[in-house]
Structures are given as C-alpha cells and as structure tokens.
Design a protein around this ligand. Structure first.
Ligand code: AMP
Length: 491
C-alpha cells in the first residue's frame, strides 16, 4: 500500500509544524514480571513515581491470555482502590503515570496504550518524547490508520501492529528503529514484559528483583518502596525481554558514541532519594549548590530553599558559604488542585495557599533564596514579593541550573521558547522582573564540570540549545482535537 489519498497531500511546512507539536509528556513507567500480586506491586511502584505525572494513571495486567486494563484521570490513589486492584489479576503487569500540558489532559491519552495484534494483546507504557512522531503519524493516517489519542506514544503501537516481523519483540525492535527521540518504555505481552531504552539513554529505567520476580521502574525510589533489590539500569539502546521467569537482553539499536541522559532529571525532575545511573540525585543537587555558592557568593544571614525541589541545592549552598540554612518558607502539603479562590482577590492568594513565610525568621534579615530552575519566572516573582512583605531586608536569588533558554523535546514539560523568561530577557532583566536584589545562575560550564562526575554523557539542550537529536523548527500545543472522553464508565 502506498500513496497518500488525494485530499491529504501535506506540504513540508505542515509536516514540520506537526513535528513540532511535540507532546509534552512527563511520565513514569513501571512493570512486574512473575509475581502473584503484580498489579498491587505496580500500584505501589506508581505511587512512588507520582511526582513524574499527576494527570492520569493506569495499570494493565496479563491474566489467562487476556489483558485487564484500568486507566483514569487523577492521582494513583484516586484511580485505584482495593476492589479495583483485585480485578487486575495476573502475574505480570505494566503501569504508567502521566502529566501533560492542560490542552491534552484527557483520558484518551492515559496510558498504558492497549492494542490487539495477531500475536496477542499488547500494552505499552512510554516515558519520553519522540521527535518524528507527527511525521510517522501523518504517513500512517495517510494509509488509513486511525489514532485514538494525540500522544506520540501511540505511534509505537501502530508501527508494532503493522510490522511484518514474527515475534512481538522483533516487531517492537522494528517499530523502535523507526522512531527518533526519547523512550524508556515497558510493554506487556500475553505472558511477559519487554523493557527498552532509546540509544541516547535520555530517560532513566532501572531493573530490580523482588521475591524472584523482575521489576522495571523509571526511578529507583519505586524499587525502594516495594522492597525490591536494585539490579542495574538498562543500558542505552538495550531491550530486555522478560519471559517465563527469565531475562534476555538484546542490543538491537546502534548506539551513539556518548549518552545524552537528561541532566534536568538530576537537577529537578527525579526524586532526591533516587539514584540515576547509580548516582545519588540528592548528592548531585547538593554539589550543584556548593558550586553555585562558589560562583555567586553573597553576604547574607540565611539560606532558604524555594519549594521542596530547591532543598538539596540550598543545603549545599549553605554548607559551602557558611550561611545558616533555614526553612523559612513553609508548604501546605494538603492543597489539591481544586481550591476555591475568593471572589475578592486577596493579595498573593495563589501562592499563599500553598506557601507562607516564617516572618519571625525573615524580618530584618538578608535572605538567599535557592531555586533549582526558573522557567517563566512566575514562582520567584511571587516568592520574592512574599519575602519582602515578610520584612526581609535583602532578597538574593540563586539558581542551581543555568538559564533555561530552550524547550525540551525529549520528555520534560516546558513551555514554548518565547515563554521561557531566560530566552527573552537577560539575567539583569530577570532580576528586575522578579524584584530580587541580586540574581545568580549556575553557569553552563560549572554544570558540565559538575556533571562530569556522573560518569555518563548528558543532554543539556534546555540550557545550551544543543539538541542531540534534531527536532522541528517550532513549538506549540498540539493542534489535534479529535474527540474527548467525558466519562470513565468503569463503575
Ligand atoms: P516558573 O515559576 O515558571 O519560573 O517555574 C519554575 C518552578 O517550576 C521552579 O520551582 C521549578 O522547580 C519548577 N519546574 C521547573 N521545571 C518544571 C517542570 N517541567 N514541571 C513542573 N515544574 C517545573
């Protein structure tokens, strides 16, 4: 079958535009092979990976040749309960948590994606972004394929279903050899699990053992939660086939000379108790804080982390500078997304619902706020203002990463380039915009030097504008709006 129907010839610009409609998915994946409580363990694993995606959650288990599927919008604890988990029988399971930008937050994009092939059912959970998904999708649609989601991950399922290879794992190899970009994925078959990592190794994927079963997780904190033993990380370009209690490792994809592990996983995204490529996230962040203190020292009375993610770097900054560390910004841990705003706007309401300053510590003092990154600048604008209202004498901001100047095309949710404050403004202008007395970012050189200790190559495209896998020209929210599922209809 060849040729696109007459109505759908697509000029290159349109393709490029769609290519650039990269689907900002931040995700966590988890899989179990060979455990009587596979779905329950997957549920716990997803619980530990909740920080990687809060929009939807899903688990698929394999039982008696069938796949049992449960997906829903919201947090893992909202989607699953005891009764629901009990229905997900079987010794093998895969799970997924997903976050996406608002427009695409819909049930049809919830994973794992399921399909029936002539080799049996498959369910796929994918973390990462594919940079040529729109192009492949366009080709497939031209040949009559019908997509049920707007997520790039579905492209892999289509390619796999159409492959002429004999076994499902060979079909997956065939499918993955056509896609470009980032994937750490787990796939459930009728009686086993396949896990794979793209040749650049952008996103993490770790392998563990639990009571003789195999476990695969985006981050090691999920292995810790279920008491599994960490065995090793999947290598970039590796595919692991778990069947009948055995592990078979394949290396079907040629590897580039160096890895491109997402440095932002180390800086912000991963949980600090995880190890990425065997390196402690906590220690790396703390080290960034120390280096930041050396690069941008300041006379001050206290070092305060901005939000939870700034904690490790703030500790490093405090240790190196000798300035006392104080948690002068307190977080309300119980805020859900649906708080009700008062009709009459209260000053700083949005941010005060979630955070408040400890005025007794702040008043009259010179404060260093340590933040892991600035994206649009909205968080710091509010928080600097809060510290001023609390009576801080000076407010200095230090950021434990370089200016974010480019969007991520490999799986971290970032706004368009124009929305990135560091793309459109200089450091001096950003300082002014957020109202700080001084602002210091970690330099790219210092980040690279510190990351050299990680013993693996990194992708720092969001800070350097050097993209290891070429991407389309432009960015923007996906244009596709096909249908919207309004009911989950499960119970
Ligand atoms: P902004 O307020 O837009 O400058 O965003 C910066 C804040 O968002 C910082 O506190 C970061 O820790 C956090 N942040 C950075 N990147 C992301 C991301 N991809 N998703 C969610 N939060 C992020």
């Amino acid at each position: 079958m060849s040729g696109v129907p007459g109505s759908a010839p697509s000029p290159d610009e349109v393709l490029r535009e769609r290519e650039a409609d990269h689907f900002h998915d931040e995700c966590g994946v988890f899989a179990v092979h060979g455990h009587p409580e596979a779905a329950h363990i997957t549920y716990l694993g997803l619980y530990a990976l909740q920080h990687r995606g809060q929009e939807s959650a899903g688990i698929v288990s394999a039982h008696a040749g069938e796949h049992l599927v449960m997906r829903g919008m919201g947090l893992v604890a909202d989607v699953f309960n005891e009764a629901r988990l009990a229905r997900l029988r079987g010794r093998h399971a895969v799970g997924h948590v997903r976050y996406s930008t608002a427009g695409e937050s819909e049930l049809r994009n919830a994973q794992p994606f399921c399909a029936t092939t002539d080799s049996g059912p498959v369910a796929l959970a994918h973390n990462g972004n594919l940079v040529n998904a729109a192009r492949i999708r366009h080709e497939l649609e031209g040949r009559g394929a019908i997509f049920s989601s707007t997520s790039d991950s579905e492209v892999i399922v289509h390619l796999l279903a159409r492959s002429r290879e004999a076994t499902l794992e060979e079909r997956l190899v065939d499918a993955l050899s056509r896609v470009r970009g980032a994937y750490s994925l787990v796939m459930l078959t009728r009686d086993g699990v396949v896990a794979a990592r793209d040749p650049h190794g952008f996103r993490p994927l770790s392998l563990g053992r639990l009571d003789g079963a195999f476990v695969v997780a985006s981050e090691t904190c999920a292995l810790d939660l279920i008491g599994a033993e960490f065995e090793r990380d999947l290598e970039p370009g590796e595919m692991v086939v778990l069947r009948r209690g055995r592990l078979r490792s394949l290396r079907p994809f040629p590897r580039p000379s160096r890895q491109s592990f997402c440095v932002f996983e180390h800086i912000y995204f991963a949980r600090p108790d995880s190890k990425l490529e065997r390196q402690s996230v906590y220690e790396f962040r703390k080290q960034l804080g120390r280096v930041l203190a050396r690069e941008h020292p300041v006379e001050a009375d206290l070092v305060v982390p901005v939000l939870d993610s700034g904690t490790c770097a703030a500790l490093g900054y405090a240790e190196e500078s000798g300035i006392p560390y104080e948690t002068a910004l307190i977080r309300n841990h119980y805020v859900r997304r649906t708080f009700i705003e008062p009709a009459q706007s209260i000053r700083l309401f949005g941010v005060k619902v979630k955070h408040n300053t400890v005025d007794a510590i702040v008043r009259g003092r010179r404060v260093v706020l340590v933040e892991d990154s600035i994206v649009r600048g909205t968080t710091l604008l509010k928080i600097v203002s809060m510290f001023r209202s609390a009576g801080a004498r000076e407010v200095h901001v230090r950021v434990s990463s370089p200016p974010t100047i480019g969007p991520c095309h490999y799986g971290i949710d970032t706004p368009t380039r124009e929305e990135l404050i560091a793309h459109v403004r200089s450091v001096g202008e950003i300082r002014e915009a957020i109202g700080a007395d001084s602002l210091g970012y970690l330099s790219l050189e210092a980040l690279r030097e510190t990351a050299a200790s990680l013993k693996h190559g990194i992708c720092d495209a969001c800070f350097s504008d050097e993209y290891p896998v070429p991407v389309g020209e432009d960015e923007g929210p996906p244009q596709l709006s096909l249908f919207r599922i309004v009911e989950q209809g499960d119970e």
